[in-house]
Structures are given as C-alpha cells and as structure tokens.
Design a protein around this ligand. Structure first.
Ligand SMILES: Cc1cc2nc3c(=O)[nH]c(=O)nc-3n(C[C@H](O)[C@H](O)[C@H](O)COP(=O)(O)OP(=O)(O)OC[C@H]3O[C@@H](n4cnc5c(N)ncnc54)[C@H](O)[C@@H]3O)c2cc1C
Length: 426
C-alpha cells in the first residue's frame, strides 16, 4: 500500500531545519504540502484578527515556500477556513493515510489537533519551535521552575548543546495524482508605506520567507551587530537596534535553534561578549514562554491568569478605542500605537510601555490589548504575546507582580529629544 501523506505547514514555513517536514519527505510515497489560512473575523470595527501587515508578510513567506517546493517538483496547496473539514475532504480525495504537522500547544491549535485526530486519519505531530529541545532540559516540563531566573540558571548550568540544523530535503515525493487547484493563492493587499518603519517589509531585504530570513541572519552577523546588541536593544526606532529576527521566527521561516547555532559559531570566530550572550538570553525568554504552556496550559488564557485573585478585570471600551487609534492624549503612547498600526512592528521597549499604559493608566482588560497586538504585529507569536502581556499585567509567573511604566520617565530616558514622537505624531 502506498504511503500517502499530507504535510500541514503551521508556523514552520521553511524547508531548512524542519525535521518534521524532512521526515514526511523521506517516509512518504506521495506527499501533499498544505497550508490552511484561518477564517479571519473582525475583532473590532474594520480590523481583522490577522491584520493587513501580517497578511502581507505571510503572503510573502508563502510565496517563497511555494517557489522552494516547486524547485523540488512539488507545490503548496492553500485553503482557507475550517482545517478539519479541509483535511477530511482532501484525505478522502487523495486516499491519504497520514497527516504530519508541527505541534503547537496553545489552546486553539490544540483543539484543531484534537478535531483532526477525530477524523480517523493517522496523525503525527512534532515539537520543533523552541531553541532548546524539551528533552535536553534538566527537568520535566510539567515540573519546570515557575520563575524565569530559576529556569535560566538550571538550564545554563546544564550547558546544553543546541542541536545542529537538519538539511532541507534533497528531493520530494510526487504530488497526489488528482485535480487540485494549486494556484488558488489567498491574496492580500498591504498599505504599509511608512518611511520610518523599523521593519520595512515592503523592501526586498525585509520580505517574508525563508531565503530572506537566512540572508538577514547572515547580514546581521557580517555587520558584527551581535557584539553591540545589549547596548542598543532598548532603542525605539531604526532597522539595526535589535536583531529583527522575530517576524521570520514567528512564521517559522527560520528556526530559533539555527539562529542560536549561528550565534555560537559567530562567538567562536569573533569572540563572545555580554551582547552575544544576551541574544541567547532573549531567545531563552522565547523558549520559556513556550515551555510554561506545557505546565499551565489554558490557565494562561483566563482573565486572572495564574493569580488566585478572582476580582473582575476592569475595562473601558472608550479608553481602549483611544489607545488603538493613538488618541489617548499621551504623546509617547500615541506615537507608539500609531507606529504599531501603520507598520505592524514596535520595539520591545514601546510594547512594554503601551501595554502598561493600557492596563494601569487606562484601566483596560489586558486580554483586549493582547488581541489587538495579535491583529497588528507582523511577528505575532501566541506564546510570546500571551506571556509578555501576563507578565506586564502581573498575572503570570513573575513573583514581583505587574510592571507599571512611568511614561514621563521612559520618555526622558529613551526619547529625550522627542525624535521618536515627532516621527509618528506629525
Ligand atoms: C506586550 C508584549 C507583547 C509581545 N508580543 C510578542 C509577539 O507576539 N511575538 C514576538 O515574537 N515577541 C513579542 N514580544 C517580545 C519582544 O517585544 C519581541 O520579540 C521583540 O521586540 C522582537 O524584535 P527583535 O526580533 O528585534 O528582538 P530582539 O531584541 O533582537 O530579540 C531577539 C529575539 O529574542 C526573542 N525575544 C526578545 N524579547 C523577547 C521577549 N520579551 N519575549 C519573548 N521573546 C523575546 C525574540 O524571538 C526576538 O526575535 C512582546 C513583548 C511585549 C512587551
């Protein structure tokens, strides 16, 4: 009997260092690469859950994936809507015996997995989005330390060697022999035209997709920017102040493991310093927000997060609408919220400041803020977004409670000449 497999790409839109896809390619007689776009509903008037910037960046990434698959005589089928219904229909049509995809342990994605398992087709999932393999950690994930610093110290003490990247498939099995329209791309328009964008994804260099992700990493290393990362990472604008890996990481156009692997090689060649270490440190935060999902699961999505406090979270729609439009009257906040809406990117510092302002100054529900970020950010990542919002709201694992930022102080420290504010308010 032929082994006919569907490989469903999720946030792993790459061929290089994609062990799950490599396995599918080696073990299948016939292989159908698939990507399912979610139904994109409105979250507030005029704004969809996957906003225009992420749609455009995703389109670029899918175009590149499709081209790379085609160069190996395969292709990518794109569908939109209920993944379970699509998988059922397609597997019946092509006689698929198996579906393989990367594991995502956020609630909606887990529900999808359960419903696909109920179709009756054999399902294989692979965890492959962290820098560190969970099995290499010195503890079981269900018993991992709650606090980041404890997690980091134990992890660092083990001196974990990051897995070497896996090669891309040399060739791919044929596509199923049926009439599927592989050209029904889901198209989007983008309206990003802001010259001040810190991640100008309409310029070649910042396009979505695997080839650009790999090229960006190499260019970051060639410019020796890892040596100054720690000094510049808190700046508010520019294309080089931080690594800008996150948009490609979020769609899996590049793996965190490969970035860490290349940074280690850079250190071996040009020397390690506090800055090169700090890139690892930040990627470890990314892993940490993933791993706490294994321990706390859906609790991380409830209004009170991990706290035992059952008070209702307050919310004002009026204030929330001012915040999303950048019309709160606080210039730093308004500049940040406009940058986010106009470009789909915001520095880490500004993300912290605007999130704190929404929660503590405007008295709004942090989950609404998280949903707004989800729709706007080109680098939206379910684990990092949820984890950081919980952290600012003081409802996550941080023992020090929430993080309230004083906007006047932040303004003086990070935008003393008001250059950033002028960029977005004029
Ligand atoms: C409220 C809030 C929401 C956020 N939502 C997201 C999100 O949806 N997606 C996302 O990728 N990041 C999110 N972050 C984390 C962080 O702001 C971005 O990862 C970072 O700004 C991306 O730019 P960069 O790649 O240049 O980061 P760099 O500073 O160069 O960091 C290198 C990499 O480390 C990781 N990293 C850095 N800071 C964090 C952090 N605080 N938490 C987790 N990982 C981190 C990212 O993968 C990043 O690409 C959020 C932060 C806040 C405060």
């Amino acid at each position: 009997m032929q082994n006919i497999t569907i490989y469903c790409f999720r946030n792993d839109l790459r061929l290089f260092d994609n062990p799950a896809f490599l396995k599918a390619s080696l073990e299948s007689d016939v292989l159908l690469p698939l990507f399912c776009h979610p139904n994109n509903h409105l979250i507030v008037k005029d704004t969809q859950r996957v906003g225009i910037h992420r749609q455009a960046f995703l389109r670029q990434a899918l175009n590149q994936l499709k081209a790379n698959l085609k160069s190996l005589n395969s292709d990518l089928l794109e569908v939109k809507g209920n993944i379970c219904e699509h998988v059922k229909k397609i597997s019946d049509e092509i006689g698929a015996t198996k579906i393989i995809f990367e594991k995502i342990i956020a609630p909606e994605e887990l529900d999808q997995e359960i419903s696909i398992r109920n179709i009756g087709i054999s399902v294989e999932t692979f965890w492959q989005s962290s820098m560190i393999e969970p099995t290499h950690l010195p503890f079981d994930l269900k018993n991992m330390p709650d606090i980041f610093t404890d997690f980091r110290k134990l992890t660092e003490a083990k001196k974990i060697i990051i897995n070497s990247p896996t090669p891309p498939p040399e060739k791919l099995p044929p596509l199923p022999d049926i009439n599927i329209d592989l050209n029904s791309n889901i198209n989007f328009d983008s309206s990003m035209k802001y010259k001040h964008s810190s991640f100008p994804y309409l310029e070649n260099q910042f396009y979505g997709g695997e080839d650009n992700a790999l090229a960006h990493l190499e260019s970051y290393l060639v410019k020796k920017l890892p040596h100054t990362y720690k000094e510049t990472r808190n700046q508010l604008y520019g294309v080089n102040f931080s690594t800008k890996f996150s948009p490609w990481l979020s769609l899996g156009s590049i793996s965190a493991r490969y970035i860490a692997f290349r940074i280690k090689e850079f250190e071996n060649q040009y020397g390690a310093n506090e800055s090169t270490y700090w890139i690892w440190f930040e990627l470890l935060w990314r892993d940490y927000f993933r791993f706490i999902h294994f321990k706390f699961g859906k609790k991380l999505y409830s209004q009170n997060g991990l706290s035992n406090n059952n008070n209702l979270v307050s919310h004002s729609d009026e204030n929330f609408n001012k915040w999303i439009k950048g019309e709160t009257g606080n210039e730093l906040i308004d500049a940040g919220m406009r940058e986010l809406r106009f470009t789909g990117y915001l520095s880490n510092r500004m993300r912290q400041i605007v999130a704190s302002y929404l929660i503590y100054d405007l008295g709004c529900d942090w989950r609404k803020g998280a949903l707004w970020f989800e729709s706007q950010l080109i680098d939206y990542d379910v684990y990092s977004n949820q984890g950081n919002w919980l952290y600012i709201a003081g409802l996550g694992t941080d023992p020090r409670g929430g993080r309230k930022f004083n906007t006047k102080k932040q303004n003086l420290e990070y935008d003393p000449n008001n250059t950033y504010k002028k960029m977005w308010l004029n």
